[in-house]
Ligand binder design. Structure first.
Ligand SMILES: CCCNc1ncnc2c1ncn2[C@@H]1O[C@H](/C=C/CNC(=O)c2cc(-c3ccc(F)cc3)cc(O)c2O)[C@@H](O)[C@H]1O
Ligand SMILES: [Mg+2]
Length: 214
């Protein structure tokens, strides 16, 4: 039977990356997406901006919305301090399965918890199920029309504290207009746009970094 693109991406990791070396996993995926098949990973250019935000925030608890194949999950986790953790939500079981194998190849299982299911159901359970108080950093990279409702849900569930950082992918392409309008105009956020390019292309895209003011 025909393989899927995520399966071919995983095979590229297992063929070209060194077990236990997260940066080689990131490199292998970027090479696969540049040379073989485009895939919707945040990619190397926006990935460098992601790296700098993670390093600056030095988060202990991270939430990622939309794991896909685990590229950004591995990229973030490889920069976390020892006891820090990332919870990543993925509702497609086939993608979750691939992501777990990519994460295992990188040797980052201890820092990453892949939770299968829709964000709308899991966000309200974060405190009781995972003992999370608040998130220091949230990376939004799931369905673009869900960025705003899920941000409001995070606020309502008390999962953001003064200084929590939201970092959103694709605010230009495919675009998240309602989310951008909200974080740029709400008095509860201080927002900043990092101009870049759509992964592996010359099209414009960027990340929006928003600090929750409480
Ligand atoms: C109930 C739905 C909302 N809650 C959710 N909870 C958990 N996981 C969710 C999810 N929504 C979506 N997901 C998962 O996130 C991932 C979805 C990501 C959507 N991303 C995009 O559409 C995207 C698309 C592009 C893109 C850009 C230009 C273009 F021509 C074609 C594509 C680029 C990107 O960087 C992207 O991130 C999948 O793994 C999906 O299963
Ligand atoms: Mg994206």
């Amino acid at each position: 039977t025909q393989s899927t693109r995520p399966q071919r991406l995983l095979h590229a990791v297992q063929k070209n990356a060194t077990r236990g070396d997260p940066r080689s996993v990131v490199k292998a995926i970027d090479n696969f997406c540049r040379q073989k098949e485009w895939a919707m990973n945040v990619g190397d250019e926006k990935g460098c901006i992601l790296d700098s935000v993670v390093s600056e925030v030095n988060p202990v608890t991270v939430l990622e919305l939309g794991t896909y194949c685990g590229y950004s999950t591995v990229r973030i986790a490889s920069l976390l301090p020892p006891r820090a953790k990332i919870i990543t939500l993925e509702f497609n079981p086939d993608y979750a399965k691939i992501a777990r194998q990519v994460i295992a190849w990188a040797g980052l299982e201890d820092k990453i918890q892949v939770v299968e299911g829709p964000s709308g159901e899991w966000i309200p359970k974060m405190k009781e199920q995972f003992g999370v108080k608040t998130f220091d950093l949230v990376f939004l990279d799931h369905w673009k029309d869900r960025y705003l409702p899920d941000t409001k849900l995070l606020e309502d569930c008390g999962l953001l504290r003064k200084g929590s950082i939201l970092l959103a992918d694709n605010v230009i392409c495919p675009g998240t207009p309602d989310y951008l309008e909200y974080v740029r105009n709400s008095p509860r956020y201080k927002s900043q746009y990092f101009k870049s390019h759509l992964e592996y292309t010359k099209a414009e895209d960027g990340l929006e970094k928003s600090v929750f003011l409480g």
